[in-house]
Ligand binder design. Sequence first.
Ligand SMILES: *[C@@H]1O[C@H](CO)[C@@H](O)[C@H](O)[C@H]1NC(C)=O
Ligand SMILES: *[C@@H]1O[C@H](CO)[C@@H](O)[C@H](O)[C@H]1NC(C)=O
Ligand SMILES: *[C@@H]1O[C@H](CO)[C@@H](O)[C@H](O)[C@H]1NC(C)=O
Ligand SMILES: *[C@@H]1O[C@H](CO)[C@@H](O)[C@H](O)[C@H]1NC(C)=O
Length: 433
Amino acid sequence: MIYLRCYYKYYYITLLSIFLVLCLNVYLVFFFSKDVSPVRTPAVIKHNATYFATQNIMNSLSKLDKEYDLPVPTFQSNVLRELNVLLSNLKLKINGDIDLFAATIKVMNQNGLMPLHGTPYLGSTINLLKTSKIIKTYNAFKGTQLKLILMFENKQEVLFKPKWYLESDIIEGSVYAGKDRYNGEIIAFYISLILGFPRVPIVVKRILDASELHETANVGLKKTMYINSTTKETCVYGKCYYCKREDPVCTKSERLEGAAIFHLPPNIKLKQHLHPWRRTYIENKRARWEDDNDYCDSVKSNYSSERVLDFIDVSIFDFIIGNGDRHRYEVVEQFNNTILLIDNGKSFGNPYKDHIDILAPLYQCCIIRLKTWERLKSIKGGTFTSILQTMLDIHETLSLLTLPHYHALERRLKIIYATVVMCQRKSDKSVLK
Ligand SMILES: *[C@@H]1O[C@H](CO)[C@@H](O)[C@H](O)[C@H]1NC(C)=O
Ligand SMILES: *[C@@H]1O[C@H](CO)[C@@H](O)[C@H](O)[C@H]1NC(C)=O
Ligand SMILES: *[C@@H]1O[C@H](CO)[C@@H](O)[C@H](O)[C@H]1NC(C)=O
Ligand SMILES: *[C@@H]1O[C@H](CO)[C@@H](O)[C@H](O)[C@H]1NC(C)=O
């Protein structure tokens, strides 16, 4: 009997323990489901958006259809036929009977700075920008880097950005590292025409002699010029945010090379706005779009759908030229606030690096203008760089870009195809607008 009693005691204690453990379990399940799960899911999606997008795009690239390697025959493509007209317009056709600069300004409107096929006097205008006699040279104070303004006899002005680097130099560091690349400005002008964004003012390579600089410099600029006693070369450091006497640009064999950019007349008023996909320019501080894949929804609620499509066009252009520095964008008010692509010097820094995050407007919104997509597809399979080289061969030289940069252009074009294909796969709505 004693044995049996003891047995019953243990039985109750065991039952009580099981009950307590069950209660604790139920409590814990409620505790965790309340606090943890709603936080955890969005945290994974929202964090590090640019990193995961890059992984997905590279994955899409590895499966990209071989069709994207094949060129389109010219007779099958309106775009290529139009580009052939542009190529012909880039050649010299008109000799000085008309005011070429006035004619260049007259064609500017809300569709851009010139028609997509150019104008019959485009080639002659480029030639005039390369050869016009300079009567005055002075410092342009706008911006952070040394820029000069050259004034021609007829008072037309061009902005001159000097050459700081060799074409073969590779700029290491952040996407916006280094000084402006004069060749990037020139190539960006031609690429804007190929991509169907005629929104870059005409840019040519221009060479100033040391004597031309000394004869035409105004008093202010002369104060920032000197002759290096060892090399006997003329040096200029100018006045600007980053300008320093110890960091001048100097002639080489008495010649200063640079990009001369057509200066829009003062009656064309540019208005600057902050770009919604700008970087923070602070090391280790990430912008919201870098971590938030839903960033485009927020942009869409603040801008018109046409402007969002503009941002996407601009991101395609910038990704191709390797420009990660578009923190502001310019619009022309009297042309219905049409967007311009000004200041493209932070391009072609490193041909071995593709900054896929420049494409964030494209892969976060996952839409693209049908017109842009058709144009991009018509220059596939090597046509892009082959047209670019044909263009450069007319007024400039192919060696303005090194071979690795030409390869980078073709590679980046394919990354854009892969991004659009990725969007088409994951979205049930139409990607093409
Ligand atoms: C993004 O995630 C990758 C892989 O998890 C990691 O290597 C990288 O450092 C992360 N970047 C940032 C800025 O958090
Ligand atoms: C003159 O040029 C030499 C060679 O480039 C350079 O080492 C020197 O610092 C220059 N002198 C001045 C005063 O800038
Ligand atoms: C949109 O506008 C709101 C209100 O001004 C602002 O809080 C938000 O940051 C804006 N979003 C973007 C992407 O500019
Ligand atoms: C001006 O731009 C707005 C917004 O992009 C567009 O809806 C409108 O049709 C344009 N007006 C003209 C005259 O093109």
